[in-house]
Design a protein around this ligand. Structure first.
Ligand SMILES: [Zn+2]
Ligand SMILES: [Zn+2]
Length: 383
């Protein structure tokens, strides 16, 4: 009875969120102090909080710079102003504009929707207010690459949408939803690749949930090496849908095996840091061939050596490896690329090439999950 009451309370406390609009902080990594805005297609309106509205015709460029706690701007056609905040909004539907940060290594972005610019301590705060469906193709291309079959992108679109919706409150305290950097999800701006755009459209609104309609932790990686990893083994957080599955679909890829040598001295230093005397660890070595299965940890004299920790320490392509000594070196023979949890991109791509649908791909890599419209899905309770 108490559990039922708790479930009802949780449901009330977790209202269905509107996912129609999203605000993304642009250039979150470089945090520039100036910005160049140009209209590419259609006119835009620049709303200057101090003076009113300026119509920016197609091809117009505006330079914006932080000036203390205000921003100053000047247009190519000679209009200047200073204001607490600026808003660039489309004057016609389908208006497209670009933004770039002078002096930054971040490439320029094509954007739609509205852009707001305010002064922030040390930088400009540039927010793009758009919709999830509008920005999704860009996110999918950044994650899934430029070339692939449509159902591969369909699977990635559902995964990316699930991530965005599940984490929609990530920057609530900062006054926006997500940033455009790897901290949240890389957003390169709007893209026009028709296969990706159509894959997003054909899955519009769909997200992945567990059996309680809670949006899942939709992890993915480059190549699992033939066996995905359980999240419990990698992150110590177990989910019933992030369990290890045997994957026959990714072995075609060059990423499915790898080999790496490190100096024996580095390895010995690592052993010492773990309280293991070099020369006593012989039992953990195996034949110099790729590992036959994932080994989460190896034990030497009661001390555990975790594969994931070794991967991070030595910058290995994956935590799926066997290792053996060879002269003054330790040789790792490994499989796969990335953490190995959830969807394997190389495998998903091959499944799609073999005419399997995005739902089948998702069901294979996230067993027991359900694809539903986001309006029926909920976010997990935050502690
Ligand atoms: Zn972020
Ligand atoms: Zn795989």
């Amino acid at each position: 009875m108490r559990r039922i009451t708790l479930a009802v309370i949780l449901f009330i406390l977790l209202p269905l969120v509107s996912y129609s609009q999203i605000s993304i902080r642009i250039f979150a990594r470089s945090k520039p102090s100036s910005l160049i805005f140009s209209t590419v297609k259609g006119a835009c309106i620049l709303t200057d909080g101090a003076a009113g509205e300026v119509r920016l015709s197609q091809g117009e460029t505006v330079a914006v710079t932080r000036y203390g706690d205000r921003v100053i701007y000047s247009t190519l056609s000679g209009i200047r102003g200073v204001s607490d905040s600026l808003a660039f909004s489309p004057a016609v539907s389908g208006a497209l504009f670009t933004v770039r940060a002078p002096g930054s290594s971040e490439p320029e972005k094509n954007l739609t929707g509205t852009l707001t610019v305010t002064s922030f301590p040390g930088s400009l705060r540039i927010l793009n207010i758009t919709t999830i469906e509008e920005c999704l193709p860009g996110v999918v291309r950044a994650e899934a690459g430029k070339y692939g079959p449509s159902h591969y992108y369909g699977a990635q679109a559902v995964v990316a949408r699930t991530y965005i919706c599940r984490n929609i409150d990530r920057h609530n305290l900062d006054g926006y939803n997500l940033c455009d950097d790897i901290h949240c999800q890389v957003y390169p701006g709007v893209v026009t690749d028709s296969v990706i755009v159509n894959a997003c459209l054909s899955t519009a609104g769909l997200v992945l949930t567990d059996r309680d309609s809670i949006m899942i932790e939709a992890a993915f990686h480059g190549n699992c090496g033939g066996e995905t990893a359980s999240s419990a083994d990698v992150w110590l957080a177990g989910y019933p849908y992030l369990v290890s599955v045997q994957d026959p679909w990714c072995s075609y890829s060059a990423s499915s095996t790898w080999k790496r040598s490190i100096p024996r001295s580095e390895w010995n230093n690592y052993l010492r840091s773990k309280g293991i005397f070099p020369g006593t660890e012989g039992a953990i070595y195996s034949a110099n061939t790729p590992a036959p299965g994932r080994i989460t940890n190896r034990t030497v004299q009661g001390k555990k050596l975790w594969s994931e920790e070794i991967r991070l320490r030595f910058g290995l392509r994956s935590a799926y490896f066997s290792l053996s000594p060879a002269g003054d070196s330790i040789v790792f023979n490994g499989r796969g690329y990335g953490h190995g949890v959830g969807l394997c991109q190389d495998g998903a791509k091959h499944m799609a090439e073999k005419k399997m649908s995005y739902n089948k791909i998702i069901g294979f890599y996230y067993p027991g999950t359900i694809i539903i419209d986001v309006k029926y899905a909920r976010r997990p309770a935050r502690p």
